[in-house]
Design a protein around this ligand. Sequence first.
Ligand SMILES: Cc1cc2nc3c(=O)[nH]c(=O)nc-3n(C[C@H](O)[C@H](O)[C@H](O)COP(=O)(O)OP(=O)(O)OC[C@H]3O[C@@H](n4cnc5c(N)ncnc54)[C@H](O)[C@@H]3O)c2cc1C
Ligand SMILES: *[C@@H]1O[C@H](CO)[C@@H](O)[C@H](O)[C@H]1NC(C)=O
Ligand SMILES: *[C@@H]1O[C@H](CO)[C@@H](O)[C@H](O)[C@H]1NC(C)=O
Ligand SMILES: *[C@@H]1O[C@H](CO)[C@@H](O)[C@H](O)[C@H]1NC(C)=O
Ligand SMILES: *[C@@H]1O[C@H](CO)[C@@H](O)[C@H](O)[C@H]1NC(C)=O
Ligand SMILES: *[C@@H]1O[C@H](CO)[C@@H](O)[C@H](O)[C@H]1NC(C)=O
Ligand SMILES: *[C@@H]1O[C@H](CO)[C@@H](O)[C@H](O)[C@H]1NC(C)=O
Ligand SMILES: *[C@@H]1O[C@H](CO)[C@@H](O)[C@H](O)[C@H]1NC(C)=O
Length: 509
Amino acid sequence: MSLRGLLSWCSIGTLLLQNGHVYARSVLADRAVGVPVANASVLILGGGVAGVIAARTLYEQGITDFMIVEARDELGGRLQTETIGAPGNEWVVERGPNWVQGTQTGNGPENPIWALVKKHGVKTQYNDWYDSMTTYDESGYVNYTDTFNESGDGYDTLTVAAGARVAKKLVDMTARTGYSLIGAKPQTPADKACEYYQFDWEYAQTPEESSWIASSWGNNFTYDPDDGGFGDDNQMSIDQRGFKYFIQAEAAEFLQPEQVKYNATVTKIAYSSDGVDVTLASGEVLSADYVLCTFSVGVLQNDDVTFDPPLPAWKQEAIQGIVMATYTKIFLQFEEDFWFDTQMGLYADTTRGRYPVWQNMNLTDFFPGSGVVFVTVTGEYSVRVEALSDEEVKEEVLGVLKLMYPNVTIPEPTAFYFPRWHTNPLFRGSYSNWPSSFFNGHHENLRATVNQRLWFAGEATSLKYFGFLHGAYFEGLDVGTTLANCIWAGGCAGMAHVPEVTNAYPYKV
Ligand SMILES: Cc1cc2nc3c(=O)[nH]c(=O)nc-3n(C[C@H](O)[C@H](O)[C@H](O)COP(=O)(O)OP(=O)(O)OC[C@H]3O[C@@H](n4cnc5c(N)ncnc54)[C@H](O)[C@@H]3O)c2cc1C
Ligand SMILES: *[C@@H]1O[C@H](CO)[C@@H](O)[C@H](O)[C@H]1NC(C)=O
Ligand SMILES: *[C@@H]1O[C@H](CO)[C@@H](O)[C@H](O)[C@H]1NC(C)=O
Ligand SMILES: *[C@@H]1O[C@H](CO)[C@@H](O)[C@H](O)[C@H]1NC(C)=O
Ligand SMILES: *[C@@H]1O[C@H](CO)[C@@H](O)[C@H](O)[C@H]1NC(C)=O
Ligand SMILES: *[C@@H]1O[C@H](CO)[C@@H](O)[C@H](O)[C@H]1NC(C)=O
Ligand SMILES: *[C@@H]1O[C@H](CO)[C@@H](O)[C@H](O)[C@H]1NC(C)=O
Ligand SMILES: *[C@@H]1O[C@H](CO)[C@@H](O)[C@H](O)[C@H]1NC(C)=O
């Protein structure tokens, strides 16, 4: 099916007549006189938060000749649910994102995901990550909340020290180096579990694998109102329609059925300065003037989609330079609970990152009576468990519960489930993480346009909010706005790139 050049005065007329959308009308009033009409077609590849918000942005700017192309059979991308539980006690749990991270502080900036969650009435519950914690090690319950509190202070010190480096234009280093320089050097399993909770549980990688500066500024822009962030509350979705409901309901407000193509897996993107041809697994070819690719960097890294011609060197360096980290929630259901009555539990194994963070859903404010608990692993440990069978992972997890509760006969769970994000060809991980070898120029190149026609957006292209739902939202909005302006202008260079990312100071020989 060819989209190219289909739209013209006709669809703009349709837009005015059928919708009378006020914003589109005012855009037209501003632009329609003496300037080219928006006769360009756009294929938005991927129907996650970035794709849906980009589509909404084009629509609001009076551009209606677009189509979202999505491999799955619903919108939402990584927002996905799974129904687990024994018959009669089934619960919808989140495979992917669970929290609105950072909501709003006073009259400060509001997280746009929080705004959509409220607008569409998604049920959430404040999740206390710091003051509702029970601590364990391999001998069972052990109170190390003092260590836990110190690790929170250590993390804050790490972000302050990173800010001082930014102010002095000092180079980036790993967050591990940062921790060591501020004197936070975890020794015991409890020290390491607490550090894990502060760091890996957020970035889905270790301090060794992560940028000191980027992890700190990412933290600030989401959580720290003093630095323009939203605030440090985390609201957890407990809505049985799924967290995804907010974006699906938002899409339903503007998207026409023919503007989404489901069950359509892209295998090839052929582009030139004239336009794009997108080949689907079915063999069908879609053509358009512009393409906006919102696939995860994991998908781009893994050559799940072929680019013709191959992407330029600067783009490939950016894609391969960032990391697609993995975050795995492992859900269990038991007939009766025997665990902590706080919201969170922390288990310190002698192996750092071995089934460390536990969460109790069988609480009045969450899923009362559900008997659901889940444990999270990240990074290389996620890759490891994905390679095991469900049965093997279940045995390991039950083994950890036996250590945590030496006096309890751990029953057989009535449900056991975990998603495999790392091996999923539509994602290849959970969200991006920024290594210390990745520079600002690389990041600019990650979001930059290729040949004026091939555009990119997604959580990873967000400088301030990479990794988060709101990062995907802001990129859909920002790149969508730039693309709309470009179309109205009859073409443009797009988001700029740097030809080569160079050292400020060369190596001496
Ligand atoms: C386990 C987990 C926990 C998370 N927790 C949180 C959290 O609590 N809070 C938070 O803010 N963020 C969280 N995130 C991150 C958040 O989910 C992402 O930042 C956000 O959903 C990314 O949106 P996106 O539109 O950029 O990408 P995606 O949602 O990945 O959208 C891209 C779309 O492209 C489609 N696609 C891929 N390949 C193809 C192809 N070849 N052909 C056609 N379609 C294709 C995919 O199916 C997908 O729908 C979490 C993510 C995971 C996985
Ligand atoms: C829109 O149409 C005009 C006139 O036919 C043409 O010059 C222009 O190139 C078109 N723009 C795009 C982006 O296709
Ligand atoms: C997509 O595929 C699913 C499962 O194969 C099917 O139920 C659904 O009807 C399909 N949707 C579309 C729009 O083709
Ligand atoms: C854990 O120990 C601290 C002191 O280190 C104490 O303040 C706190 O009450 C203890 N917690 C529990 C649950 O006993
Ligand atoms: C840890 O901090 C919390 C408040 O954040 C406080 O209530 C608790 O007493 C502290 N515990 C210890 C052991 O310092
Ligand atoms: C993060 O916030 C802290 C506290 O406001 C600030 O001191 C620091 O400079 C910030 N760090 C970065 C990298 O922006
Ligand atoms: C959930 O918690 C309640 C209250 O503590 C308890 O009575 C009930 O047995 C638990 N349910 C399950 C299924 O574990
Ligand atoms: C487990 O049982 C032993 C022996 O009865 C007892 O000493 C210990 O305190 C119990 N531990 C817990 C966590 O209840």
